[in-house]
Design a protein around this ligand. Structure first.
Ligand SMILES: Cc1ncc(COP(=O)(O)O)c(C=O)c1O
Length: 394
């Protein structure tokens, strides 16, 4: 069957591919440890599951308004005021099938053929592919370790052209774990406020910070707020990846467009799942603290362990649940030209799965998730260490 040019230009998600390979090996009985997870390893809290059950029993099993249940949009309005110090009206909130689909719909609703979108690298794999899917041109702005992989005003300015329509920011960041401070956001905002560039800020890891708490760029001033579309959801904050609920906050005309798109594509998010998101945001914010604290302890352990690997260096992450070590020297010491080949052989020979940095626009690095218990994580790092010691002897 002849597929479209558009679909042929898409690179499938490397993260999901590796996770699937690890899953398949596990199903075949191989003792695989996956450090590729992009989701919390906890189950959704019982009170959310109970609320969904009650809602379904009460008949909330139907289509809903395409922009989301009015009750959920109201709840998100309250959440934004409580947690982010931001005032939105319900008609400035759109609910979609996870932040990933919300982002796709945002790109579809805002980008025309050839519009440029600045995406700082390392980037989450889906931004560039989704931008391409809707005809936009991703423009990668490479960041470096010395700024903890954060976009600086200088790098931003160097990538702005007359075709620039949008900037995508992600804080806390996947894959680097970096978190932008208020001052760093202000410095970017000073540049952006002079332009009409739309700022899409993906805050899906909002609650997982281990230093300064998350600041939303939209909270800096009204001009920036008007330029900004916040994307967030319950996947990472409430261990609800499988429920598929995310949202966007932005200008009413954007929200109306997202709603119109949804009315002709997926109709709405599953109604019971939307009740789950209401229950999640009605839980006391402290309820996410216990998960955050667990992840902080895991971050400390994971960082210490990774720093023990020969030839590997790593910036200490401040958020999310990933390490993003530089592994090119290590790969070379083991006789590999690329980190991709190194990663493949670690999976084949030591049964540890993690994601090479090539999928994130930075092939000298790799992403290691620590969303799993410490003992298993440590076992995985021991296997990687063993691999390096064996190979670098050859
Ligand atoms: C940076 C980032 N944004 C968005 C998503 C997607 O989240 P959701 O499950 O809400 O679609 C992920 C998931 O891995 C992510 O890492």
């Amino acid at each position: 069957m002849e597929l479209s040019k558009k679909v042929k230009s898409i690179t499938p998600s490397q993260t999901i591919e590796i996770t699937n390979t690890a899953r398949q090996l596990k199903a075949e009985g191989v003792d695989v440890i996956s450090l590729s997870a992009g989701e919390p390893d906890f189950n959704t809290p019982d009170e959310i599951i109970d609320a969904v059950y009650e809602a379904a029993k009460a008949g909330h099993t139907k289509y809903t308004a395409s922009a989301g249940l009015p009750e959920l949009r109201e709840t998100i309005v309250k959440k934004m005021a409580r947690d982010n110090n931001l005032t939105y009206a319900p008609n400035e909130i759109y609910v979609g099938n996870g932040a990933k689909q919300v982002l796709y719909n945002v790109f579809l609703a805002t980008l025309d053929e050839g519009d440029e979108v600045i995406v700082p690298a390392p980037y989450w794999v889906s931004y560039t592919e989704q931008v391409k899917m809707v005809g936009g041109e991703p423009v990668t702005a490479v960041t470096t370790e010395d700024t903890h992989f954060k976009l600086t005003p200088e790098i931003l300015k160097a990538h702005i052209t007359e075709k620039t329509k949008m900037l995508v920011l992600n804080t806390p960041n996947n894959p680097t774990g970096s978190v932008y401070s208020k001052d760093e956001l202000q410095a970017l905002a000073d540049v952006l406020a002079e332009t009409d560039i739309i700022i899409v800020v993906d805050e899906i890891y909002e609650v997982l910070t281990y230093g300064e708490p998350q600041v939303s760029i939209a909270s800096l001033n009204d001009k920036i707020k008007a330029q900004t579309i916040i994307v967030n959801g319950v996947s990472k904050s409430h261990a609800m990846t499988g429920w598929r609920v995310g949202y966007a906050c932005g200008a009413p005309e954007l929200i109306a467009a997202l709603s119109a798109l949804t009315s002709q594509s997926t109709t709405s998010v599953a109604e019971p799942a939307q009740y789950g998101a209401i229950a999640a945001y009605e839980m006391a914010p402290e309820s996410t603290e216990k998960y955050r604290a667990i992840f902080e302890a895991r971050r400390d352990n994971a960082y210490a362990k990774i720093m023990e690997l020969p030839h590997v260096t790593c910036v200490k992450p401040e958020g999310a649940f990933y390490l993003f070590p530089h592994m090119k020297n290590c790969a070379e010491a083991c006789g590999y030209d690329t980190v991709d080949e190194f990663v493949k052989d670690v999976l084949r020979e030591k049964h540890v799965a993690f994601v090479p940095g090539s999928g994130f626009g930075t092939p000298e690095y790799a992403r290691i998730s620590y969303s799993l218990d410490e003992a298993t994580f440590n076992d995985a790092v021991s296997r990687i260490k063993e691999f390096i010691e064996e190979k670098s002897k050859i």
